[in-house]
Design a protein around this ligand. Structure first.
Ligand SMILES: Cc1ncc(COP(=O)(O)O)c(C=O)c1O
Length: 350
């Protein structure tokens, strides 16, 4: 089956499987796993930070950043559409015990004035602002420019408030912006990025920052139950992900653009081709009532393709390492057949 629900579905390559089988490992809680230590060193270098820490997931890494930076009862300013707010199950309240203060974010771009209006200090009535978060690439599939990031990080710097970057897809953003991940991460005090998305690793993310920050985060990671033992098996795949797979993301982006163009030619599909900057393709179909969506999902499945149903009427198709030219052609053909069929006999809106 061809799976375009997400880039998280990517399975490890043969090279990763071999590296995992042969990995030299040790107890990472004692700091004894040489493969984890190497991954952390490479990871820190890629984002231009002093140190990095291997964590199980992107959500874990984001929440660990909040838990490390923020005192309980303080407030974190972040975009209303960001992953931390939308898709992390309310974890800031559970783990760090902080309040999230949302600002409008247009595809990840936050107007510094909106942050300025919300900065506050502890007094009898208000919580202190303890952190600002950015996200790049944004979940909407857009890469946020370095200038837009800088506008926020400069403001936060003036007020001595740290900035955490959710860079789950930082290497996609770097490829889209034509810069390095280091350039992007330079606008944040800590950065989380994932190995398990477009980089093809089976699991794991990194949190990077100054050595002092990472030492503090290592303690909090233990508190969160994230002190894993022989994780060198996963780190071995992660090293290949970082070294070999980040340059391959441009190919995923080109295929996403090609898919977007093909979709734009199908009657009843509404898509902004120019907005496709990374490997995420968002679009609407004229026939998007629940019954039509079900038909679309099963129509694709009959053609050997797994898709997610639309969320609020919006479909998201994701290209990744295992979607080559042959698979892309099959996807485009299926789009034409499935969506044209649906448009010919749309079901009444529910
Ligand atoms: C922008 C962003 N941040 C964080 C995450 C969380 O990563 P994980 O699924 O590994 O927890 C995701 C996952 O898709 C994401 O897209």
């Amino acid at each position: 089956m061809i799976d375009i629900r997400s880039d998280t579905v990517t399975k490890p390559t043969e090279a990763m499987r071999q590296a995992m089988a042969q990995a030299e490992v040790g107890d990472d809680v004692y700091g004894d796993d040489p493969t984890v230590n190497r991954l952390e060193e490479i990871a820190a270098g890629k984002v231009g930070k002093e140190a990095a820490l291997f964590v199980p997931t992107g959500t874990f890494g984001n929440q660990l950043a909040l838990f490390t930076w923020c005192q309980r009862g303080t407030e974190v300013i972040l975009g209303e559409e960001c992953h931390i707010v939308q898709h992390e199950a309310g974890a800031p309240a559970f783990i760090a015990g902080v309040q999230t203060r949302c600002v409008p974010d247009s595809d990840g771009i936050i107007n510094p004035d909106e942050i300025c209006k919300r900065l506050r200090w502890q007094d009898l009535h208000s919580p202190a602002t303890s952190l600002v978060c950015l996200e790049n690439a944004h979940s909407s599939g857009k890469a946020v420019s370095l200038a837009d990031m800088k506008a926020v990080s400069s403001l936060a710097g003036e007020w001595k408030i740290p900035v955490h970057l959710d860079g789950a897809r930082i290497f996609n953003a770097a490829a889209a912006l034509g810069c390095s991940a280091k350039d992007i991460a330079a606008n944040a005090d800590s950065v989380m990025f994932c190995l398990s998305k477009g980089l093809c690793s089976p699991a794991g993310s990194l949190l990077a920052g100054t050595r002092d920050f990472i030492d503090a985060a290592r303690l909090k990671r233990k508190v969160m139950g994230g002190g894993m033992r022989q994780t060198g098996f996963l780190a071995a795949a992660g090293i290949i992900a970082l070294e070999d797979h980040s340059p391959l993301l441009t190919a995923d982006h080109k295929r996403a653009k090609k898919l977007a163009l093909a979709l734009s030619a199908i009657k009843g599909i509404s898509i902004d081709v120019d907005s496709v900057e990374i490997n995420l393709v968002f679009f609407k179909s004229a026939a998007s009532c629940p019954e039509s969506s079900k038909k679309a999902v099963s129509g694709f499945r009959e053609r050997g393709i797994i898709i997610n149903p639309p969320e609020n009427g919006v479909y998201r198709f994701v290209t990744h390492y295992w979607i080559g030219d042959k698979e892309l052609e099959q996807i485009i053909n299926a789009c034409e057949e499935v969506f044209n069929n649906l448009q010919l006999s749309p079901l009444p809106e529910a």
